[in-house]
Design a protein. Structure first.
Length: 418
């Protein structure tokens, strides 16, 4: 295989981890990383931190980097990042004992833990969904000489993985992707030579995202994509998105409305009292190199402006020492806003838990929520002051980082703890 010196290779290959990374990994509970100095390293678009006293074992191979601690010929622990097109070559020597889903930098991943076949030791392998632009899959690998080394260095490995970030990695659009074959024979059997998307669309403006989905159409969301539009979509009409091979770009797109190729399809309902109207979008992939995926992301929403949904009437029912759940939702969030900060002012009340978890600063409790399909929601559980008295409440929602694109507020509400 040629990744490692011969004396180290057989033990190390038992613990290969594959992945595509863009932030922090959530794994099983382990001991906190020990206090030590860390240095920043890069591998292509990926950056991460390794202990300053770990040695570099990397050889002249552009597809792998290796750091270790202990003896070079029999290291106590190894961390490696590698780009590979053959996952089976790496997984073959690992006896998998557990498998779980994980999140690395906001990207989904699969975490394998096990032991090498016919050898002692422990290993961790993380396979990420993020693909490299040049092809192949990224892997993070943790290899540990024995159980004692596992217990000593596992928290260090978790810190390395938790520090991983992609430089310049864009967040995939929050719309649902459909993939379309590059086999022209499949389109030839369809009226107009197009396939309908698996969902219909209400009236509004939409951005159309298009990207390569691999040889079988399963690489979605695409690692790279190009955005077209926005296009006006109106209920009662038919639209065609024709994907074409790009000239120095990811792809090109022709957008048609009620064109001749769509005449054989019936018109969708324009809408009437009691009957919702919608539009239908048809797609054809004329780029013959691979499958392509497409999704439509709404620009804004009906009504246009972001809205905050919070039932303030709950504040009038607060009793001393009682426990209550507050829920909040922000809708109609612009598509270029990917994260919101919810700031709860909990004067005289204590936050017991929240979904997702947040952090408390004096009387404030902060949550950071990813936007999905133009919405973000969260909840907190509070315990009221044990004595009857007057209190105040407010909730602020803003884009994170704050650029003044979203600012929502309940304003300050005065109420009585009963």
């Amino acid at each position: 295989m040629g990744y490692l010196p011969k004396r180290t290779r057989s033990a190390f290959l038992r613990f290969f981890w594959i992945a595509a990374i863009s932030a922090a990994l959530i794994l099983a509970v382990s001991h906190p990383a020990e206090s030590q100095s860390w240095v920043k390293k890069t591998f292509g678009r990926l950056t991460f931190e390794v202990p300053a006293d770990w040695k570099d074992m990397s050889i002249e191979v552009a597809t792998q980097k290796i750091w270790y601690t202990g003896d070079r010929d029999a290291p106590d622990a190894i961390f490696s990042v590698v780009q590979t097109v053959d996952l089976n070559e790496i997984m073959g020597g690992l006896k998998v004992e557990s498998k779980r889903t994980a999140t690395v930098g906001g990207k989904s991943a699969v975490c394998y833990t096990g032991s090498p076949k016919e050898e002692m030791g422990k290993g961790i392998l993380i396979v990420l969904d993020e693909k490299e632009p040049g092809g192949g899959t990224l892997a993070l690998i943790g290899s540990f000489l024995n159980e004692a080394a596992w217990n000593q260095h596992r928290s260090v490995f978790d810190h390395i993985v938790g520090s991983a970030k992609f430089q310049g990695a864009a967040t995939p659009p929050s719309c649902v992707w459909d993939s379309f074959t590059n086999d022209p024979r499949q389109f030839a059997t369809q009226p107009g030579g197009v396939f309908p998307m698996r969902r219909n669309y209400t009236t509004g403006q939409y951005l159309v995202h298009v990207g390569p989905a691999g040889k079988n159409g399963l690489a979605i969301p695409p690692a790279i994509w190009r955005t077209f539009g926005p296009f006006e979509v109106t209920a009662g009409n038919k639209y065609a998105a024709i994907i074409q091979k790009g000239l120095g770009t990811v792809c090109e797109l022709m957008w048609e409305k009620n064109s001749a190729r769509l005449q054989m399809y019936s018109n969708p309902p324009a809408g009437s009292p009691g009957l919702a109207g919608y539009a239908v979008v048809y797609v054809r992939n004329d780029s013959n190199d691979q499958w392509y995926a497409l999704c439509l992301e709404p620009v804004g929403a009906p009504g246009g402006k972001p809205e905050l949904h919070f039932d303030a009437s709950l504040l009038q029912t607060i009793k001393a020492g009682g426990t209550y759940t507050f829920k909040a939702r922000a809708s109609h969030i612009p598509p270029d806003v990917k994260r919101l900060k919810f700031s709860w002012y909990l004067h005289l009340n204590e936050c017991l838990s929240s979904n997702p978890p947040g952090n408390k600063v004096n009387f404030w409790y902060f949550q950071f929520i990813d936007v999905r399909n133009g919405e973000a929601e969260c909840s907190i559980v509070i315990r009221a002051e044990a004595r009857k008295k007057e209190s105040t409440f407010s909730l602020l929602v803003q884009d994170e980082p704050y650029t003044q694109k979203v600012f929502l507020s309940t304003r300050t509400i005065t109420y009585q703890i009963q």
